[in-house]
Design a binder for this molecule. Structure first.
Ligand SMILES: [Zn+2]
Ligand SMILES: [Zn+2]
Length: 312
């Protein structure tokens, strides 16, 4: 089941000609999830072919570079005769502010928009095979990050072993795979443990939005496949990172290590570094414990497929 990330906007607070303000699109089995929607996000969705079928929008905080794309996006959705509901998740205490963005044009959208306030530790959205958790971040306003965490998948079914045990091919196979005990015609009882391997982990993606290094980022998911972290500054402006409640690329890599992340996407680069990403990547790679190829500053429009940890 494909899980694909499209980086729609990777700029810091001020966009550049190459980078749009923050937005990340995640597609999973036909479902579209949007994380932040900086100004111009709808055009990025068109440019990079994500489509508009978004069911959930997760807002990390109410700074303009993360939310000013919402009114335009909603208007276009309405022009497209959307009637599917949209849920917008937003940090606790920001409902009124978010509502004013949704109603910025003076009338409510033509489709239902539900605003859901979340705090750290909440499950913002529960789907069939995964959930999106909110976690506390450390920014200079009410803020959360989000983690998409898939459920464990069933263990592998050992077909050969089942046949050896005399299980007839057919419904008994799926019963066992579902975890049910099966009794054969000769009275033998076959337990799922005999033919089904250990559950296999799903995939996970953690997105911080703007933040200083924060403990909850480490704890929200076990060994995430991808951590998308604030890396507004490089080492030359480490003090400024602390003062403005952001992170450096190096700090992002330290968090990635402690979280056990496979890959690290460095986001939200200050416009001071327009066109220069080498320092960010080098400094993060100096400390990153995983494969150094796993550290990158994504370009707008870059896509990333997340494979299952066991390769299937
Ligand atoms: Zn920002
Ligand atoms: Zn911010």
């Amino acid at each position: 089941m494909p899980l694909r990330v499209t980086f729609l906007g990777t700029a810091g607070a001020i966009p550049t000609t190459a980078r749009n303000p923050s937005s990340v699109f995640v597609a999973r089995e036909g479902e579209g999830l949007l994380f932040d929607a900086g100004e111009g996000t709808q055009r990025q969705m068109m440019r990079f072919g994500t489509g508009f079928s978004v069911s959930q929008l997760f807002v990390t905080h109410l700074h303009g570079d993360h939310v000013l794309g919402i009114p335009g996006l909603l208007q276009t959705m309405a022009f497209n005769d959307r009637d599917a509901p949209l849920a917008i998740h937003t940090p606790r205490g920001t409902r009124t502010q978010l509502k004013s963005l949704v109603n910025a044009l003076g009338n409510r959208p033509s489709f239902p928009v539900r605003i859901n306030e979340v705090g750290g530790g909440d499950v913002a959205y529960r789907a069939d095979e995964y959930e999106v958790r909110a976690f506390d971040t450390d920014h200079d306003t009410r803020s959360v990050g989000y983690a998409l965490v898939e459920d464990d998948r069933k263990g592998r079914f050992d077909r050969e072993r089942a046949e050896e045990l005399g299980v007839p091919v057919g419904p008994a196979f799926s019963k066992l795979h579902e975890g049910e005990v099966v009794e054969l015609e000769d009275g033998t009882v076959v337990d799922p443990d005999q033919v089904v391997g250990d559950p296999r982990p799903g995939r996970s993606i953690v997105y911080t939005g703007d933040t200083r290094p924060a403990q909850a980022t480490i704890e929200v998911a076990d060994d995430p496949d991808l951590l998308i972290h604030d890396a507004t500054f490089a080492d030359d402006r480490a003090d400024r990172a602390t003062d403005t409640a952001h992170s450096t690329a190096r700090q992002a890599a330290e968090i990635a290590n402690r979280a056990g992340a496979d890959r690290l996407a460095l986001m939200h680069l200050s416009s001071r570094y327009a066109g220069q990403t080498d320092a960010h990547e080098e400094q993060a790679r100096e400390v990153f414990a995983g494969d150094s190829e796993g550290v990158f500053v994504p370009d707008d429009g870059q896509k990333l497929e997340i494979p299952y940890p066991d390769g299937e």
